[in-house]
Design a protein around this ligand. Structure first.
Ligand code: F6R
Length: 607
């Protein structure tokens, strides 16, 4: 979940390292650091907190070496202090690391027993000491790394520089991604192609277990057994333009506002606008007709997209769905049918739990489908069939546009499944597709609610707890609303199925608790409205999100937010907008770090 970059540059490496790290800060921002070779010696600059602190340290104490590694950290082992910031160094080697070394305690005890002195609480530092030990015993840098790798358990990517080795970078990966960037008389390593985009678009993705030795004249790659291997270089399509906030105060605000456009872009890939039929993108064709069950797995917001999709696949395609969060899915050891489809949903395509579930399902003979936003990601590359979302780069740590793009793609897939399985007629398909086509316009109308929602921010900001209620496909949106609010405002929030409240959580309700009720005027409205009355009777402050008709039938509320009327099927996408705006404006009102909330990271590459 950290970001790593390594550079063999023509001039000073440090500015380029920082440039690469800027693009990796989404992976963590607890600390940052670089190490370069200054006249053959390893010199480090490290700083607690965001990258700008490291930049300030480099201005005060510049580095001129042409060979270096850099890191941006999401703390796992040890507090986010300067001492725990990477790179870690010992005996002529410095290392940056993404992932977790599971057996670091035993290794540390062993190394300390042999006289090694540790200066951090990290798991990473054992790697530096293991390599240093092998170097001291006479191994070459590459062999020293390969020997150390054999001792490590866990999932990780690593990049190393060595004292006196101006023309050498070594990288290795197991479980976590690592890419090589090729340049004329230069060489790069990075956690992903995005980090390498300012320098090169010629990229090689290392395979699991690979170790690479880079010099300015070429690369040598070795597989897990140590045998030389060749891996193809590809052209990365990742644009080198730095994504900026435009006129917006935060990336999250910009990304919320972009939704009508990017949902439109995603839909165009799945819907033939002229015929009004579903048409999967070239290379993503899949026939759902022979399936007995569909397994869906994902984490966080992406999991909530999967929960909505379960309603759609079961209703429109009569396809039973097994769904679980990825960190639990494989531990349940669910019986899976070889030949069945397992669908992973992930914005980043790098989430460790989702990737582990993918591998678990593949090992059971399942075909793997992936709804991903980053087409070059590990999950996309490991899947049999990729269903791309076209959200563009999502920078805000709290996912918004990626979520609604996932929903739009999943909606299209559910319709396709319904047709393949003979459950939906051509006429049904046409009706559902026309609802999808209206989405960008309706989402744009929902954005007009922003001023009204902003006025509610002080009410939410005062609350210690906020509840979100929904029924049917509004239930996962209630879960998502609560997640968004707690992520960026740090207010405790929970989402409940509206009917479940009376079975316990209603005990929390009093006049200090805002209760956001998501209730489109559909077949479930009456029941949700009764649950709402139960809350109102206990003094709860009802913030109702509904459509015109729902507002007419709702009775008294603290506030009613009226979204455009939509076909019930697509309401999750419409209702996603106001719940995002509630979280955003509450956080802005409270003055939290909206785009990079505390303790979080954009890409979660540890289990
Ligand atoms: C919440 C959020 C996270 C992610 C989750 C999965 O706003 O962004 O819950 O949805 O970490 O990430 P991806 O989709 O990259 O697999």
């Amino acid at each position: 979940m950290c970001g790593i970059v390594g550079i063999l540059a023509r001039d000073a490496a440090a500015p380029q390292l920082v440039d690469g790290l800027k693009r990796l800060e989404y992976r963590g921002y607890d600390s940052a650091g670089v190490a370069t070779l200054e006249d053959g010696r390893i010199v480090r600059r490290r700083a607690e907190g965001k990258l700008r602190n490291l930049e300030a340290s480099l201005v005060a104490h510049p580095l001129s070496g042409r060979t270096g590694i850099g890191h941006t950290r999401w703390a796992t082992h040890g507090a986010p202090t300067e001492a725990n910031a990477h790179p870690h160094a010992a005996g002529g080697v410095a290392v940056v690391h993404n992932g977790i070394i599971e057996n670091y305690r035993e290794l540390r005890a062993e190394l300390e027993g042999a006289g090694a002195v540790f200066e951090s609480q990290t798991d990473t530092e054992v790697v530096a000491h293991l390599v240093a030990q092998a170097l001291a015993a006479g191994a070459t840098p590459r062999l020293a790394v390969q020997q150390a790798l054999k001792r490590l358990r866990g999932a990780f990517a690593l990049a190393f520089v060595f004292e006196g080795e101006e023309d050498l970078l070594i990288g290795a990966r197991r479980g976590s991604p690592l890419a090589i960037g090729h340049g004329e008389g230069e060489g790069y390593l990075g956690s992903d192609a995005v980090a390498l985009a300012p320098f090169t678009d010629a990229v090689t993705y290392l395979e699991d277990g690979d170790c690479v030795a880079l010099s300015r004249s070429g690369v040598e790659i070795f597989d897990e057994a140590g045998a030389p291997v060749s891996r193809d270089a590809v052209r990365s399509a990742v644009a080198s333009v730095v994504v900026d906030k435009g006129a917006y105060r935060h990336f999250m605000a910009k990304e919320i506002a972009e939704q009508p456009e990017v949902v439109g872009h995603s839909l165009v890939r799945y819907v033939d606008m002229t015929t009004g039929r579903i048409r999967l993108p070239a290379g993503s064709d899949f026939d759902f007709s022979g399936l007995d069950r569909l397994a869906i797995s994902a984490c966080g917001t992406a999991y909530y997209a999967g929960l909505v999709a379960r309603y759609w696949f079961e209703k429109f395609a009569r396809l039973p769905v097994d769904i679980d969060i990825a960190s639990e899915f494989r531990y349940r050891e669910p019986p899976l049918t070889p030949g069945g489809l397992a669908l992973m949903i992930s914005q980043s395509g790098e989430t460790a739990d989702t990737l582990a579930t993918l591998r678990f399902c593949a090992a059971q003979g399942m075909k793997i489908g992936a709804v991903v936003n980053v087409p070059t990601s590990t999950i996309a590359r490991a899947a049999d069939v990729v269903f791309p979302t076209v959200a563009g780069v999502e920078v805000g740590v709290a996912s918004t546009k990626a979520f609604t793009c996932q929903l739009s793609v999943l909606a299209a897939l559910a319709i396709k499944a319904g047709r393949d399985r003979g459950v939906l007629s051509e006429n049904d398909e046409a009706k559902l597709v026309s609802a999808l086509i209206e989405l960008p316009r309706l989402m744009a109308e929902s954005l007009h609610l922003e001023d009204q929602i902003e006025k509610l921010a002080p009410t939410f900001a005062k609350a210690q707890d906020v509840l979100y209620l929904g029924r049917g496909t509004s239930y996962p949106i209630a879960l998502e609303g609560a997640l968004k609010l707690k992520e960026i405002s740090y207010i405790h929030a929970e989402g409940y199925a509206a009917g479940e409240l009376k079975h316990g959580p209603i005990a929390l309700v009093d006049e200090n608790v805002p209760v956001v009720v998501l209730a489109p005027y559909d077949a479930l409205f009456e029941k949700t409205a009764s649950n709402m009355q139960e809350v109102a009777a206990r003094g709860g402050k009802i913030v109702l999100i509904t459509d015109q008709e729902g507002a007419r039938h709702a009775g008294e509320t603290f506030a009613t937010i009226v979204v455009p009327k939509a076909y019930a099927f697509v309401s999750p996408l419409i209702y996603a907008v106001p719940i995002q705006l509630i979280a955003y404006h509450t956080a802005v009102f409270m003055g939290t770090d909206v785009d990079q909330p505390r303790n979080l990271a954009k890409s979660v590459t540890v289990e």
